[in-house]
Write a protein that binds this ligand. Structure first.
Ligand SMILES: NC(=O)c1ccc[n+]([C@@H]2O[C@H](COP(=O)([O-])OP(=O)(O)OC[C@H]3O[C@@H](n4cnc5c(N)ncnc54)[C@H](OP(=O)(O)O)[C@@H]3O)[C@@H](O)[C@H]2O)c1
Length: 267
């Protein structure tokens, strides 16, 4: 049996960190790690520094044909078992929905929602008892976020999709974990646009360490936990968002953003 992990968005940030930890044995023995992102050069660099054999897939996961490539690779050998699938690739554009660059909203929706659905569906036949799916959501999933509407709604989808799937697959000991980090200092913010909005939100939540998020996420996946919110303050926020009516949470968030120097939105 060839035991593999597949990690999307492995060319930088959290994905790269996850691969390094997998390479160091954080998920037990793996025969191969398959890494996916658009940047072939960065994937090759990563592969060259791993002790575990790494297979690179330079693919754009907003394109439907990319999923066929991975499915075909999975079908090459009968003995491949997907021990772990990490759906991590993502980007988020901040700002008013109507002002976003053309195509950003649709790309975000495709990458954040469709890609995990497609990859999970295609990897499932290669999974067995003990296999895990780790889906990277975000604390942005907890309440609708004006200024980040498509991103936060897409991450909500990831959260709900993961939890429902975990219930469905739990009886055969395949578990699905939704990982909900707050801001991390990765390339994510470089591509986020609308610096004032992003900076205001980052001031509101603060940052957490990408290494710690990776460690917690992998531990939760190994343990078969459906939800992982690494930051304690965000666990409190999650609870508040479940208990309080949305307009109240939205008002509190606007007030906090305003105190922290960002102009109130939708006031
Ligand atoms: N950083 C944060 O503050 C934060 C907070 C909460 C959740 N998250 C989530 O964490 C995940 C990882 O983000 P990060 O912080 O590590 O950001 P990052 O450093 O920018 O990494 C994003 C990864 O996604 C890949 N990617 C982007 N578009 C892609 C596409 N069309 N096809 C294939 N791969 C693509 C990028 O590789 P290429 O550019 O080479 O394709 C890169 O490897 C994302 O899902 C993000 O939404 C981030």
């Amino acid at each position: 049996m060839t035991s593999i992990a597949i990690v999307t968005g492995a060319s930088s940030g959290l994905g790269e960190e996850l691969v390094r930890r997998l390479d160091a044995g954080a998920f037990g023995r793996l025969d191969q790690i398959w890494v996916v992102a658009r940047s072939a050069a960065r994937l090759d660099e990563l592969a060259a520094t791993c002790a575990t054999p790494v297979r690179t897939f330079a693919l754009d996961l907003t394109e439907a044909a990319s999923f066929d490539v991975i499915e075909r690779a999975l079908a090459e050998r009968d003995d491949v078992r997907v021990a772990l699938l990490v759906n991590n690739a993502g980007f988020g554009t901040f700002g008013e929905f109507a002002d976003m660059p053309a195509g950003d909203n649709a790309s975000m929706a495709r990458l954040l929602m469709l890609a995990p659905v497609e990859l999970t569906y295609r990897a499932l036949p290669r999974m067995a008892a003990g296999s895990r799916v780790l889906n990277v959501a975000s604390v942005a999933a907890f309440v609708p976020q004006p200024g980040l509407a498509t991103y936060s709604a897409s991450k909500r989808f990831v959260l709900d999709f993961s939890r429902a799937l975990d219930e469905e697959l739990g009886p055969v000991d395949i578990h699905v974990t939704a990982l909900c980090p707050k801001f991390m200092r990765t390339a994510f913010l470089d591509h986020a646009g609308a610096d004032d909005v992003a900076a205001g939100m980052a001031r509101l939540t603060g940052f957490e360490d990408v290494g710690r998020v990776a460690e917690r996420g992998l531990a939760a996946a190994r343990a078969g936990r459906a939800l992982c919110i690494p930051s304690p303050d965000m666990r409190a926020f999650y609870l508040a968002a479940k208990l309080l009516p949305y307009p109240l949470v939205a008002r509190a968030e606007r007030a906090l953003l305003s105190v922290l120097g960002q102009p109130p939105r939708n006031a």
